[in-house]
Design a protein around this ligand. Structure first.
Ligand SMILES: NC(=O)c1ccc[n+]([C@@H]2O[C@H](COP(=O)([O-])OP(=O)(O)OC[C@H]3O[C@@H](n4cnc5c(N)ncnc54)[C@H](OP(=O)(O)O)[C@@H]3O)[C@@H](O)[C@H]2O)c1
Length: 317
């Protein structure tokens, strides 16, 4: 009898938790009216738009009539995404203009050259890697730092006039993981010290996204950073077999706790479509609102300034 009561209780609890989580995990959603607004004549660049959150963001912007440049390193994956978006929307608004590899500053410069002087309404720095084994890029910088921050910093600097021309905005997809880094030497761009674990290196790169956003805002650019939530994407694929196998084995359970990529794209879309007079520029967002908490280093003006200066020095721009 006791076993029956306990097992019934466990089943009911699991079902309840499942429903509760399903509702809760989706987080905030963009006002549906905003998603009906016409973006005809606007242009966006979405980095890493061939998959996950970036793909959903690009698809939605095209649905609303914006032209979207899919900035991706892999020609096949990029072309597949462009074709899928254009087929789904019955348009030709998504385009691939040049391979874009954040682990090569040369590639970033070539891509920016191809963009030329086109006005950019939304520069969405979304691409990223999480917890890969330590590696240096061809430019000599730690891989997560260059991919997630330094190369996006360079892209933004190179396209700043394009953005300014139309009073556009820069959106940096950061992460709750920016909390993993509690002190930082911005000059140590190799991140090779023993205490820099993969997690701390990810945290540092994501902290840089938030600080970079704040400094852009101080310099008069409409900019937001954000945490998209825990989202079921391919992000863990470079993180080692342990995490990947865990996610595969416990897929059904982890799915209960993770947002879909569409749900994960909501805060990026919120950052793109919100009224900048109502949502303070430079804000760190989560669940379509100003985030409830953040790393104390985010409010440190000295870190903000130092990050900008060292980034400029390292990308030579
Ligand atoms: N998923 C989450 O739970 C979560 C949580 C917090 C923050 N985020 C952030 O959300 C952003 C999007 O991630 P996601 O979850 O959508 O993962 P995803 O599906 O793996 O997307 C990441 C994108 O970044 C691209 N990328 C990686 N390295 C690149 C490089 N060197 N050059 C150009 N593109 C590169 C990938 O391209 P390839 O296909 O060529 O690899 C892919 O398109 C990331 O910045 C991530 O840190 C995600």
């Amino acid at each position: 009898m006791l076993a029956y009561v306990v097992s019934t209780f466990v089943v009911v609890l699991a079902v309840w938790l499942g429903f509760f989580q399903k509702k809760f995990k989706a987080g905030g959603a963009v006002d549906p009216a905003w998603l009906q607004r016409s973006l005809k004549g606007k242009t966006a660049i979405v980095t890493g738009a061939n998959s996950g959150i970036g793909y959903e963001t690009a698809l939605q912007l095209v649905k609303q009539g914006a032209s979207v440049i899919v900035a991706s390193r892999d020609v096949k994956r990029a072309t597949d995404a462009v074709n899928a978006i254009n087929n789904l929307t019955n348009t030709t608004l998504a385009e691939f203009i040049h391979p874009f590899d954040l682990s090569s500053l040369k590639s970033v410069r070539e891509f920016a050259d191809k963009v030329g002087d086109r006005p950019i309404d939304y520069l969405i720095n979304n691409a990223g890697v999480m917890f890969p084994e330590w590696a240096a890029t061809e430019d000599g910088f730690e891989l997560q730092y260059q991919t997630n921050h330094l190369a996006h910093f360079l892209l933004t600097k190179l396209l700043l006039d394009n953005v300014k021309k139309v009073n556009g905005r820069v959106i940096n997809v950061s992460s709750f993981g920016h909390n993993f880094c509690r002190s930082v030497d911005w000059n140590d761009v190799k991140g090779a010290q023993a205490e820099w674990t993969k997690m701390v290196l990810y945290g540092r790169s994501k902290l840089a996204n938030v600080l970079f956003t704040k400094e852009l805002a101080e310099r008069g650019i409409i900019s937001y950073s954000l945490h998209p939530g825990g989202v079921a994407t391919e992000l863990a694929r470079h993180s080692g077999d342990g995490l990947v196998n865990f996610l595969k084995t416990y897929h059904q359970i982890t799915m209960m706790f993770l947002k879909t990529p569409w749900e994960g794209a909501q805060t990026t879309l919120y950052a793109a479509l919100c009224d900048e007079t109502k949502v303070p520029v430079g804000s760190y967002l989560a669940d379509c609102d100003i985030a409830g908490s953040w790393n104390p280093l985010v409010s440190d003006k000295e870190s903000q300034r130092k990050l900008w200066e060292t980034s400029e020095k390292f990308v030579n721009n």
